[in-house]
Design a protein around this ligand. Structure first.
Ligand code: HEM
Length: 260
């Protein structure tokens, strides 16, 4: 008995070292461990509630879209002669293909709905007010880009519904003043919807729009961390209150409206 305790302690300390040594190595060279700790354990308002989880829920929905989209991209064929068949193959033949495709298809709606709920929370809590106006603007850009992602994805199954929905969508764009006809021409890749349209929508859906979304979401989260999350409006320290009412708790002026 007397010998097992020191042995257990020795084993524990070896285990601790096996974790600490690589983490210390990484921290010394990148500062990433400290940054992750700062992100995970930063202070949030004492009176934050379930309403404040809508942003993280939206982020989760976005990451699910990115993950399932990557899997679908392994099997999808962006060619008018093969696109529909490749989608049928994913749904009917591949192991759990129906699940991945279903998650991506329904997840797209979940993502947009959650984004609206999160935006409504921010609006009703007045969390768009000083000093978070820029983050609201970034949010609006994310909303428009997210809707463009949905629009470009809708054509990819290349069936009757997606074809005609895209015809309608492009015609609505074409009716916008000045730039409308150019945008419609650019999206179609010619006078008619065809092979070039599918290639363009594929490139936008797979590369350009998700890239923009990753960048914008990164900027959004950077601003959330820099400014802190605001207290609800019923708190004496809710966002947008008079500067004199609230004592700053951190970097000059930036944490105003944040109760820790
Ligand atoms: C992909 C979409 C989005 C993601 C992943 C996202 C994520 C987040 C997260 C995690 C937070 C902090 C926690 C919270 O308040 O829920 C936040 C806060 C915020 N978001 Fe978003 N968001 C998105 C879209 C939007 C949109 C569409 C708007 C508005 C147009 C917006 C405006 C804001 C603002 C102003 C804050 C600061 C709120 C506060 O400090 O209380 N976001 N967002």
């Amino acid at each position: 008995m007397a010998t097992t305790a020191p042995r257990r302690r020795r084993r524990q300390s070896k285990l601790q070292q096996a974790v600490d040594i690589p983490l210390d190595w990484l921290e010394e060279r990148s500062g990433l461990v400290g940054a992750t700790k700062y992100f995970l354990f930063r202070k949030v308002p004492r009176d934050s509630s379930w309403w404040h989880t809508l942003g993280s829920a939206t982020l989760t929905a976005f990451l699910v879209q990115a993950g399932t989209g990557l899997i679908l991209a392994f099997y999808y064929k962006p060619d008018p002669d093969k696109a529909y068949e490749s989608i049928q193959h994913i749904t009917n033949d591949l192991t759990l293909g129906w699940l991945v495709r279903g998650m991506h298809r329904w997840g797209a709606s979940v993502f947009i709905i959650l984004m609206f709920f999160h935006m409504a929370r921010v609006f009703l809590f007045g969390a768009y007010k000083y000093p978070r106006e820029l983050n609201w603007i970034v949010g609006v850009l994310i909303l428009v880009t997210g809707m463009l992602e949905g629009f470009t994805g809708y054509l990819l199954p290349w069936d009757q519904t997606s074809y005609w929905a895209t015809v309608v969508g492009i015609n609505i764009n074409a009716s916008a003043p000045f730039l409308g006809p150019f945008i419609a021409q650019f999206l179609r890749g010619g006078a008619e919807i065809g092979t070039d349209t599918l290639s363009r929508f594929y490139a936008l859906h797979m590369l350009a729009v998700p890239g923009a979304l990753f960048g914008l979401i990164g900027l959004h989260l950077y601003l959330v961390i820099r400014l802190g999350v605001s207290s609800p409006p019923w708190s004496s320290e809710g966002a947008g209150r008079d500067r004199a009412e609230v004592k700053p708790t951190g970097r000059a002026g930036l944490t105003r409206g944040r109760r820790v």
